[in-house]
Ligand binder design. Structure first.
Ligand code: 0RA
Length: 684
């Protein structure tokens, strides 16, 4: 058990007055905000986002967040999360344990109050930080409200207490059921399957999230165990002594580092805790991950702004002071100093404000100068103390500057500023007639033959087709100047209308749906990855605003007589085949009703395999579908499914891009070798 005296000095110095004031204010607020759990059961989405996969897992995060709060306050260093049979989950921590004595406002035990009352404010009587805000931080009572069965156990004052609930309602009072030498809380629950549409937990998703939380909570040990199937028990333990420095190292583990030592600082100023790690690699892209109270701030915010300003300033100062930049040289720009940068910036503050479209942007203005001064001071000192690392970093930034200047010159000749408006659209583009981006779609299609089918099958009013030939450039390694010499990429940039690089402007986008349509084979997957890399590196805002999609062409065409069904997965195929093989043979009369086009296509294509009178054709390429089929299965907005591309997990995307396309061959080989067996129907 950690010593409570080791508690970080969150209430030290001039801040103590503030805390007292807050406490008084809190007393009043507490009464106002305490209410029962009916609203949670009525509108669960308001509290946990949704009642599907994300919401189900959110319940786990909610309980774990409380343990992390205890860890941050210095009272907890171990939390175990166990998935049990029948949909039960147990979260056990060695924090203080939820108090059991009578609560002054509710007159119930504090335990029952914490589990049955909604409270918007901070923890009862505790002025500490909460790890979360926004969607998180709704409290364990929400978990209780949405569980059909829950047991809370508390180890405190040498005793073990217990209380059971069903659907958020206590089944009895808190009872002392035994003795205990230490402190802690154990919450065991089963999510209510009357509320959740998904009740199956996803192991990898849980590991990913909790690993990230472990990086962000230095010194906390997390044990995650899967006991759902007693024969397949598995367990992971995460513990990162280095905090975000470990995280930064992990993010770069496939890359070659420019530094001998990872830069790291941890400091608290005016109640704001700042923890930052920086490591440059020899790649070109920027990987800056921001967190506020352990929430990934995908949209950035004040902490990121403060960091960026200080980074550019410290590097320029150092470069001038040590003669890397001469008097006549221009300063390094923000882009120059962020090439190949991997950084994790984690801040913790008492009342985070989250703004932006997805509430993932930190709005607290007071955070900016704090991060700027902490990082500026410590990073400048780091450069002074590590001259070798400093030289490598400055050298890399200066190469970036030269390359950027060269690229700018090259780009100016290719796509001159303002010249795009007048430029003719590429000849290969079959544009749509609509000029309203909100209604317009651009299909990026692999190969000329599929492009031909798509052009014939489309609804030309709002659907445009751009066929791409061959493999587009491997963008990971290419610089802007080289990319713009590539015709396929130039065509795409001109067709989209957004321009690229410094001139990229997502508001100029001519289509609000950009749909990548590639074959359902290995080559198709490769081209899709290349395109995703291109968008990820150069048109990120377009993904963030939800404009990028992936078409979902069917994998199989299953037919019996005149009846045709398309299957989009192997499971669907098996289901339809078994259904159709049971059904009675279709009569001739019905056959005659067939549309002409379909008849044509049947003649052309035949059927691949016949099981009990059911024809199964596996589509290898989009080119195998005739225009009508392509429209009906993949392009008709009434029936198609298209998958929206998100940057939800930029880390993961980046890792895969790096492995598949980065400069190191080893990891790529391993990735392909370990996954090769997962690829069915490898057609080489
Ligand atoms: C209310 C007050 C205190 C701690 C907690 C709740 C608490 C809740 C959970 C939920 C899971 N684990 C938890 N650990 C603690 C403060 C206790 C004190 O002041 O002693």
């Amino acid at each position: 058990m950690p010593n409570p005296k080791n508690k970080p000095s969150t209430k030290a110095g001039n801040s103590s007055k503030k805390t007292t004031a807050k406490k008084q204010e809190y007393g009043a607020k507490q009464i106002a905000v305490l209410e029962g759990l009916e609203p949670v059961r009525k509108r669960p989405g308001m509290y946990i986002g949704n009642t599907a996969h994300a919401g189900l897992h959110h319940l786990i995060w909610e309980v774990v967040d409380n343990a992390i709060d205890e860890a941050m306050a210095g009272y907890c260093d171990l939390v175990s999360i166990t998935l049990l049979p029948d949909g039960y989950v147990t979260v056990e921590d060695n924090g203080r344990g939820i108090p059991v004595e009578k609560h002054p406002v509710t007159k119930l035990s504090t335990l029952e109050t914490v589990l049955t009352k909604l409270h918007a404010g901070g923890k009862f009587g505790d002025g500490g930080y909460k790890v979360s805000g926004g969607l998180h931080g709704v409290g364990v009572s929400v978990v209780n409200a949405l569980s059909s069965d829950l047991t809370a156990q508390v180890k405190r004052d040498g005793k073990l207490y217990e209380q059971k609930y069903a659907f958020g309602k206590p089944k009895g009072n808190v009872k002392s059921v035994g003795k205990s030498k230490n402190n802690g809380t154990i919450i065991t629950y089963k999510a209510d399957d009357g509320i959740f549409s998904v009740t199956e937990y996803e192991w990898d998703y849980i590991l990913d999230h909790l690993r990230q939380q472990a990086y962000l909570t230095k010194g906390l040990q997390m044990v995650i165990t899967d006991e759902r199937d007693p024969k397949k028990k598995r367990s992971y333990t995460y513990y990162f002594e280095g905090g975000v420095a470990s995280y930064c190292r992990h993010l770069n583990h496939h890359k070659e580092s420019k530094q001998e030592k990872v830069f790291y600082v941890e400091k608290e100023i005016e109640n704001i805790k700042v923890e930052i790690a920086v490591q440059y690699s020899n790649e070109y892209n920027e990987n800056v991950f921001g967190f506020a109270n352990n929430i990934h701030t995908v949209e950035g915010g004040m902490h990121i702004q403060g960091f960026r300003t200080a980074l550019t300033r410290s590097i320029n100062n150092y470069a001038r002071k040590n003669g890397f930049l001469k008097e006549k040289d221009t300063n390094l720009t923000g882009d120059d100093v962020r090439e190949g940068l991997t950084a994790v910036i984690s801040v913790k503050l008492p009342e985070p404000q989250f703004e932006g479209q997805t509430k993932a942007k930190l709005g607290n203005a007071e955070v900016r100068p704090v991060v700027e001064s902490v990082f500026g001071d410590y990073f400048s000192a780091f450069l002074d103390e590590q001259p070798q690392d400093a030289r490598a970093i400055i050298g890399k930034c200066m190469i970036a500057q030269q390359a950027r200047q060269a690229a700018r010159a090259a780009r100016d000749t290719v796509l001159r500023k303002g010249a795009l408006e007048g430029i003719t659209l590429p000849g290969k583009l079959a544009d749509c007639s609509s000029r309203n981006p909100a209604d317009s779609e651009l299909y990026i299609v692999e190969g000329d033959s599929a492009g031909g089918s798509a052009k014939q099958g489309r609804e030309r009013g709002f659907q445009a087709i751009l066929p791409l030939r061959g493999k587009i450039l491997n963008v990971e390694k290419s610089r802007l100047d080289k990319m713009l010499a590539n015709n396929e990429i130039k065509n795409l940039v001109v067709a989209m209308g957004t321009n690229i690089g410094d001139l990229f402007d997502v508001s100029k986008l001519r289509y609000h749906k950009i749909i990548i349509m590639t074959d359902a084979d290995v080559d198709g997957a490769h081209i899709r990855t290349l395109l995703l890399t291109l968008f990820f590196r150069h048109f990120q805002d377009l993904i963030k605003q939800g404009f990028l999609y992936i078409a979902q062409p069917p994998l199989y065409r299953i037919s019996k007589g005149s009846k045709v069904i398309y299957a989009y997965s192997d499971e669907e195929k098996d289901k339809y085949v078994s259904e159709l093989s049971k059904s009675v043979a279709v009569k001739d009369v019905e056959k005659k009703k067939k549309k002409k086009t379909e008849e044509d296509s049947d003649d052309e294509q035949g059927v691949g395999e016949v099981v009990a009178g059911v024809g199964i054709q596996r589509y290898k390429g989009l080119g195998e579908m005739n225009p009508t089929q392509l429209w009906e299965t993949t392009m008709d907005p009434e029936v198609r499914t298209i998958q929206q591309v998100t940057i939800e997990d930029a880390e993961k995307a980046d890792e895969i891009f790096d492995i598949l396309m980065g400069s190191e061959v080893g990891p790529r080989k391993r990735f392909i070798q370990t996954r090769a067996k997962l690829v069915d129907n490898l057609d080489i």
